[in-house]
Design a binder for this molecule. Structure first.
Ligand code: PMP
Length: 347
């Protein structure tokens, strides 16, 4: 490592101090034939393996400052997994208990991971509307209300979430690109990342383009395109952690300049390519956003531009899914494999 990367040279007081300042890494192979440089913000370098480590401590500290969370208290949250890990790391150090509700589409790895941190995990049905009493958000609300000494972290409305990205992710990108970033491409689960980063970058340079990447089936891109005039119905999709069937209070769609919609197949294919061609072992949301970032880079077609994508979490969370050929085939998500003449003759 050169002196350009001064992190880790001295000991840290505790693991929370290692959150953020993740590396920005150039994509070299998946960008073949594209003139615009594309960089990935490698959020899987965070100690909990995802971008959501950034919001765990700030959300908890907000409740402490407001006197809502007291020693021995409980943190409740509806989570696709990664926010749970971010909260659980901070809760471990601070001695809080965690109860998480999670939709049943999320990977088994994530359920086990949250349990490994000592959290109680309650699985809820994915295929119910958000206002249904069994949805993971309704269930979390109910548990928080009924548990003495509990707070609902409420990442979809808690403004400490976008503020954490405005205070950390945004400034890091500005510094790491020496102010040369021209396009920031991100998905929106809570919208905390895209909103916080956009707020910071637009203040630095209003010309920076903020591009949303949305799964087919999510409503966010459509709501943005209609300027909020239509409220479409969502449809199921397999990518985890981004896209929504309702617009969260932590997402400011007015900051987004463009939206690109990406299929599960393209998302997972790109996550597998990032792993095999770039050595970046990432999940499906990172694949989806990178797919969108490459189309931005192709369209911009300018070697002096600088496109940044978010590599949201580690692929280890999806070994039983997108990195499992059988699961991919069962879900008709694997691109037809090239069969050689030799293989055909041998069959
Ligand atoms: N990718 C994954 C895998 C996630 O879990 C999340 C958070 N739900 C995101 C991306 C999106 O981050 P944000 O909530 O900041 O929009």
């Amino acid at each position: 490592m050169s002196d350009q990367h001064p992190r880790h040279k001295t000991p840290y007081a505790h693991v929370l101090d290692t959150i953020a300042w993740t590396p920005l890494i150039r994509l070299n192979k998946v960008t073949a034939g594209i003139r615009t440089p594309v960089y990935g913000k490698a959020e899987f370098f965070n100690p909990g393996g995802s971008v959501k480590d950034r919001i765990g401590l700030p959300m908890i500290e907000r409740f402490e400052a407001e006197g809502k969370l007291k020693p021995g208290g409980t943190i409740v949250e509806g989570t696709s997994g990664n926010t749970g890990v971010g909260l659980a790391i901070a809760a471990a150090l601070k001695g809080y208990k965690c109860i998480f509700t999670m939709p049943d589409k999320m990977s088994q790895e994530k359920v086990r991971l949250l349990k490994a941190f000592g959290a109680d995990v309650i699985i809820t049905p994915t295929a119910v509307p958000p206002e249904h009493p069994d949805s993971y958000t309704s269930m979390a609300k109910r548990i928080a209300k009924e548990t003495p000494g509990a707070v609902l972290a409420d990442q979809f409305y808690n403004q400490a979430n976008p503020e954490a990205h405005e205070a950390t992710t945004g400034p890091e990108l500005w510094e790491q690109t020496d102010g040369k970033i021209t396009h920031f491409v991100a998905g929106a689960g809570t919208g905390g990342t895209i909103t916080g980063v956009a707020r910071y970058l637009k203040k630095k340079n209003p010309k920076i383009q903020i591009v949303g990447a949305d799964p087919v089936g999510s409503i966010l891109a459509e709501v943005w395109r209609s300027g909020g005039k239509t409220m479409p119905q969502g449809a199921p999709y397999k990518v985890e952690g981004i896209g929504q069937d309702k617009v969260p209070g932590t997402l400011d769609l007015a900051l987004v300049d463009d939206f690109i919609t990406v299929s599960d197949r393209d998302a997972f294919t790109m996550a597998r390519r990032l792993t095999r061609e770039e050595g970046l072992f990432v999940g499906g949301s990172a694949g989806l956003i990178a797919h969108a970032a490459l189309s931005v880079a192709r369209r911009v077609n300018d070697p002096d531009a600088c496109v940044v994508t978010v590599l949201c979490d580690t692929g280890e969370r999806y070994l039983s899914k997108l990195f499992n050929d059988e699961w991919m085939r069962e879900n008709q998500l694997l691109d037809a494999e090239k069969v050689t003449l030799g293989q055909l003759l041998a069959a």
